[in-house]
Design a protein around this ligand. Structure first.
Ligand code: ASP
Length: 306
């Protein structure tokens, strides 16, 4: 059976007029590395769950994207990261919200799935699971990037002046991956720093199963990116799963409807990557672009931004 993987580096892309050839090359190379990390797992017979974990770790390590190293700042100048992983075989899931410490928050989400009876954890209790699992921590400086810090200052200044616009590159970003392995199993993982200048304690859609992350072998695996509040209010991932199960939509029909019809009704900008039970990829977005890439043994490799 065919395997495939799709990844995203967020819908908060640099507007095309600010993208230089050098920056575009750097984004493409980073996507390519993460795609290869996941694809290598699948090509050697590994599981979809291991593939999405490997791909998301690579994206978290990459300072260009808003997750792990390079995460955006809260309005207090801190990092609060959210992550989730879901296994389509049995719908087991692990999620973590508002953490600062683990170098790869997706690993902590996975440890919560594998080492506890819980789905979503926060705070010291979540961090303890990571320490017990031997997950590496990183100091606050590791997550710092000057660009994200400048973006926070700019956002706060624009807010004070009343000139804040909704430039997606300044506001948000996220990383995620979905995969189907050669055994026919699906998995999804998502990781994010959230929205620039968010209030401390704000949690987005990424760590919420059925909103920003979802996987079930019967239908699809989904990892979303965009205005988290709208994605939560619409239960984006669950809505796509439900349209497939109950209305007989294909993945492409369901994902397109939710992203291009339902989300705009809530002013929700963003997109998602998704894979169905046969390994077909959908990656709709309703904004200027979404860092994205996919590959598989029966589909053509693609890396795209706009
Ligand atoms: N969905 C993320 C959040 O709301 C942000 C993003 O994907 O751009 O936390």
């Amino acid at each position: 059976m065919a395997y495939s993987i799709a990844i995203h580096g967020g819908a908060g892309v640099l507007p095309a007029q600010h993208m230089t050839p050098e920056r575009e090359a750097a984004f493409r190379a980073a996507l390519d590395r993460a795609l290869t990390a996941g694809e290598t797992v699948l090509a050697s017979g590994g599981s979809a769950l291991d593939a999405v974990t490997a791909a998301v770790c690579a994206l978290e390590d990459e300072p260009l994207f808003n997750a792990g190293r390079g995460a955006v700042f809260t309005r207090d100048g801190r990092h609060e990261m959210d992550a989730a992983v879901m296994d389509g075989r049995d719908r087991r899931a692990g999620c973590v919200a508002g953490v600062m410490g683990p170098r790869n928050p997706v690993r902590l989400a996975r440890a919560i799935m594998e080492r506890t009876d819980h789905v979503l954890m926060i705070g010291e209790g979540a961090l303890r699971i990571g320490r017990d699992a031997g997950i590496e921590d990183a100091p606050e400086e590791y997550f710092f990037t000057q660009e994200r810090y400048d973006t926070l200052q700019e956002t706060l200044r624009m807010e004070a002046e009343g000139t804040l616009d909704d430039d997606p590159a300044r506001r948000h970003g996220t990383v995620g991956a979905v995969a189907r392995d050669a055994a026919g199993n699906l998995a999804a993982a998502t990781s994010t720093g959230g929205m620039t200048a968010k209030r401390s304690g704000r949690v987005g859609d990424s760590p919420l199963i059925g909103a920003g992350t979802f996987a079930c072998n019967r239908t699809c695996a989904i990892s979303a990116t965009g205005d988290g509040e709208a994605f939560i209010r619409l239960s984006v991932a669950h809505e796509i799963d439900a349209r497939m199960r109950l209305a007989g939509d294909t993945l492409a029909e369901a994902a397109d409807h939710v992203v291009n019809v339902a989300l705009p009704e809530l002013n929700g900008s963003g997109g998602l990557v998704a894979i169905d039970a046969e390994g077909r990829v959908s990656a709709p977005f309703n904004c200027e672009g979404m860092y994205r890439a996919w590959a598989g043994d029966a589909i053509e490799r693609e890396v795209a931004i706009y």
